[in-house]
Design a protein around this ligand. Structure first.
Ligand code: HEM
Length: 408
């Protein structure tokens, strides 16, 4: 039996194997023991799951409870000052990502209709229009510019604001506070302050929507009398946060990855029909939402190990998506591979509610960007791009890009 891995201060986050690959320590761990005991920084013992099969099995098994904070309010065992947890946290009202069935089912069911493939197909044209308008804005700037600030963040923010009925003009409030949550090293006090500011803002918003519902997803939710204002606020918080942080980082890190693979980028520019498969591969390869928590509600067999009841379990989707037992040459970006089955949107009852929306945004975003900026390139050496190793959702803090000409 291998000894538990001691994790000195959170998991290794430095990308020593390149900006797109898992940290080498995590890869090594997956090769030696894909379901492995680990010691959290506070001395608390838990488990770390990195193998594709084990991660998939775990996410499909609701005996692994999601009632474990996942970094939205506090990151257990990692946030300085965070009390040690000995049992699942009471769910925050409305935050159904941290709930188990039937509480989870009750809330998720009310939202499914708004995010179906059919509904998203109806919205595709409109999302493409929003994307093209943002590309017009980008083209009007004098390069070099930061692609995150001018394109990758505005597109999903504009889209989710419109769908939810959140005024985009209030973005300063919710973007700044949601960025604070994503910081791994933030103090508990700062995290609570950012959470309080965001919840205050959203409580007012959903209270207005309950009084005067409009034509948007939060208004539709507010029409359900059996949901309290606290539940509406929590659900709004989850949708707003999940709806822009993840896709924004995929757009920016995805562009960085394509610029670093110029042959594949050229192929995609010449043949946009390759885009849907390329997006799946980028989702797999980059896995921007990597680390998730679960909690074992009973003794559970997984990958030949027994995870005892009460254990905190940490899951790496990035490690799973780079498992050579599932994908050949997993550390290579290959837009021609069939990447379906990747776990980047999770698996099981919590599988990403917004995945069709995210796919449409990414297809429209990458296709438009490549078409309109035929000479797009990095404005700094690749080694100088600031990676988000300090954040809960991976990506780049900024992506300085430049170009010499634009097209329609
Ligand atoms: C859940 C990833 C975009 C809303 C999840 C989960 C993952 C994920 C891995 C599962 C979490 C778990 O099992 O604990 C991503 C990625 C995205 C993305 C990589 C972009 C590329 C979006 C968008 C929305 C969204 C655009 C818009 C509303 C949600 C919600 C959940 C969720 C509400 C919770 C579902 C539940 O608990 O039933 N996402 N997501 N996501 N995502 Fe996304």
């Amino acid at each position: 039996m291998t000894e538990p891995v001691a994790i000195p201060r959170g998991l290794p986050m430095e990308r020593d194997a390149g900006p797109f690959n898992p940290p080498s320590q995590i890869t090594q761990l997956r090769e030696t023991r894909p379901v492995c005991p680990m010691i959290f920084p506070d001395g608390h013992e838990g488990w770390f799951v990195t193998g594709y099969e084990a991660v998939r099995q775990l996410m499909a098994d609701t005996r692994f409870s999601s009632r474990q904070d996942i970094g939205i309010i506090h990151v257990p065992f990692e946030t300085p000052g965070m009390p040690v947890q000995t049992e699942p946290s009471p769910p925050e009202p409305g935050l159904f990502i941290s709930m188990d069935p039937p509480d989870h089912t009750r809330l998720r069911r009310k939202l499914i209709g708004a995010f179906t493939v059919r509904r998203m197909k109806q919205l595709e044209e409109h999302i493409t229009e929003i994307t093209e308008r943002q590309l017009d804005h980008l083209a009007s700037l004098t390069p070099p510019v930061d692609l995150v600030a001018e394109f990758a963040l505005p597109v999903p923010s504009l889209v989710i604001c419109e769908l939810l009925g959140v005024p985009y003009t209030d973005r300063e409030t919710f973007q700044a506070n949601s960025t604070r949550f994503m910081e791994r090293d933030i103090s508990l006090d700062d995290k609570i302050a950012a959470y309080g500011a965001m919840m205050g803002y959203l409580t007012e918003l959903v209270t207005r929507k309950r009084a005067e519902p409009g034509d948007d997803i939060l208004s539709d939710l507010a029409r359900h009398d059996d949901l309290s204002i606290e539940e509406l606020t929590g659900a709004a918080f989850l949708l707003l946060l999940a709806g822009h942080e993840t896709t924004a980082n995929m757009l920016a890190l995805g562009t960085f990855a394509l610029l670093e693979h110029p042959h594949q980028l050229a192929e995609l520019r010449d043949n946009p029909d390759l885009m849907p498969d390329a997006v799946e591969e980028l989702l797999r390869y980059l896995s921007v939402g990597d680390l998730f928590y679960r909690y074992a509600t009973e003794d559970i067999e997984l990958g030949g190990e027994t995870i005892p009841e009460g254990s905190t379990v940490f899951v790496s989707l990035l490690a799973a998506n780079h498992d050579p037992k599932r994908y050949d040459n997993p550390d290579t970006l290959d837009i021609h591979r069939n990447a379906r089955g990747h776990l980047s949107f999770g698996h099981g009852v919590h599988q990403c509610l917004g995945q069709q929306l995210a796919r449409i945004e990414m297809r429209a975003g990458f296709t438009g960007l490549l078409r309109r900026f035929p000479s797009l390139k990095l404005a700094v050496p690749a080694g100088e791009v600031r990676l988000r190793t300090d954040m809960n959702i991976y990506g780049v803090h900024a992506l300085p890009v430049t170009w010499t000409d634009t097209a329609r």
